[in-house]
Write a protein that binds this ligand. Structure first.
Ligand SMILES: Nc1ncnc2c1ncn2[C@@H]1O[C@H](COP(=O)(O)OP(=O)(O)OP(=O)(O)O)[C@@H](O)[C@H]1O
Ligand SMILES: [Mg+2]
Length: 354
């Protein structure tokens, strides 16, 4: 007996969206059913890209359709609802950047190349600002190497409701990561031509609540990914992280050029792994040569916001999920200097605007 479309719909009526607790059919999430003999292909439109419950929905659909007599193979294709479809479902579409409404300042942390300590700077800046009494969030927008959850020791995955996602919280800092959302491995949606759309969709649907500062760990490099994120969110200023080597500096030059060309304001440069303090002495060792950050800052007429030494405790704090700048002391001081500079520059920019 041939499998019919009606049978598939009947089966899908029993599958509920775990969050909205209504059947996928009633929610209008079933976009397409293709039947080829014993093989069935179902296309389901999720309420949002990267829905945290997508694996469960996929599994439930598969099981339901498989239970129909005569069905052998079931494949499930996931797509995302259009704004209009979502508006119909929820009555009202969360407006673009809805979740950012109460975010006062967005500081993006960028680097011309990977591995220079961008995430380390981002997470410690967030910690220092939080320690200063501000309401702080951090967004890990580096989907190819999402390290922020590890650096904050966050293992849970975020939950969503009615098309919005809620950040997780640790040490009083709110956190959302493209990586936590995706789970293990990099899902297809974060690669290739879909990446721009997915980033926008994702960024617009995180419910941050009230924040003084949102720190964004941008993807490294001078390509499409950092620019897409930076031009999607209303950024108060970008911090560019570099190490003092020559190669790192030529990457900074490109990075600075990228933001300037796109009218995204740059707050300044942070030179990371600047020098090594010899334990027990006042001696300082320039591992990668000195003055690189100063040179770049001068060339672009940008402030050098901080010089951060190489310190095993900084790395350890990252590995153990307890950023060094959760406490203010001699070792974490450079991050507090950075935080104070950022506060000063942001306030100044605001009063200039008035
Ligand atoms: N000032 C520092 N002292 C000691 N270790 C550091 C310092 N800054 C960063 N590290 C370590 O260097 C490594 C790379 O840093 P991090 O992950 O922050 O760089 P990134 O630029 O974000 O890299 P990626 O491009 O991979 O995202 C980490 O192990 C981190 O703990
Ligand atoms: Mg990183």
């Amino acid at each position: 007996m041939a499998v019919t479309r009606e049978q598939v719909i009947e089966a899908l009526k029993k599958v509920k969206d775990p969050e909205l607790n209504k059947s996928l059919v009633d929610l209008g999430m079933v976009k397409d059913i293709e039947i080829a003999g014993p093989n069935v292909r179902v296309t389901i439109a999720l309420t949002m890209a990267g829905c945290p419950l997508k694996d469960k929905i996929k599994q439930d659909v598969k099981e339901a359709v498989k239970s129909i007599a005569g069905v052998e193979e079931v494949s499930v294709v996931l797509t995302t609802m259009t704004s209009a479809e979502r508006a119909k479902l929820f009555g009202q579409e969360p407006s673009e950047m809805e979740g950012m409404k109460q975010v006062k300042n967005v500081i993006a942390v960028a680097s011309g190349k990977g591995g220079v300590g961008k995430s380390t700077v981002a997470v410690n800046l967030a910690a220092a600002l939080s320690k200063r009494g501000y309401k702080v969030g951090i967004l890990d927008a580096d989907m190819h190497g999402p390290d922020i959850p590890i650096m904050l020791g966050i293992k849970e995955r975020p939950v969503g409701s009615r098309g919005m996602l809620f950040p997780l919280e640790k040490y009083g800092i709110k956190m959302m990561s493209t990586g936590t959302l995706a789970g293990e491995g990099t899902p297809i949606v974060w690669r290739g031509p879909l990446v721009n759309k997915a980033i926008k969709e994702f960024l617009g649907h995180v419910s941050w609540g009230e924040l003084d500062y949102l720190i964004v760990d941008l993807p490294p490099g001078t390509g499409d990914a950092p620019l897409t994120v930076a031009s999607t969110i209303p950024i108060s200023g970008v911090i560019i992280v570099t190490t003092p080597q020559k190669v790192a500096l030529s990457d900074v030059r490109r990075s600075v050029g990228l933001f300037l060309k796109n009218d995204i304001p740059i707050l300044g440069i942070v030179e990371n792994m600047s020098y090594l303090k010899i334990p027990g002495s006042s001696e300082v060792m320039d591992i990668f040569g000195s003055g690189g950050g100063e040179k770049i800052a001068k060339a672009f007429k940008l402030p050098l916001l901080a010089k951060i030494p190489i310190d095993p405790d900084i790395r350890k704090g990252g590995d153990e999920g307890r950023p060094i700048a959760l406490e203010e002391n001699e070792r974490s001081e450079p991050f507090f200097q950075l935080a104070d500079k950022v506060i000063e520059l942001v306030e100044k920019a605001k009063s200039n605007k008035k």
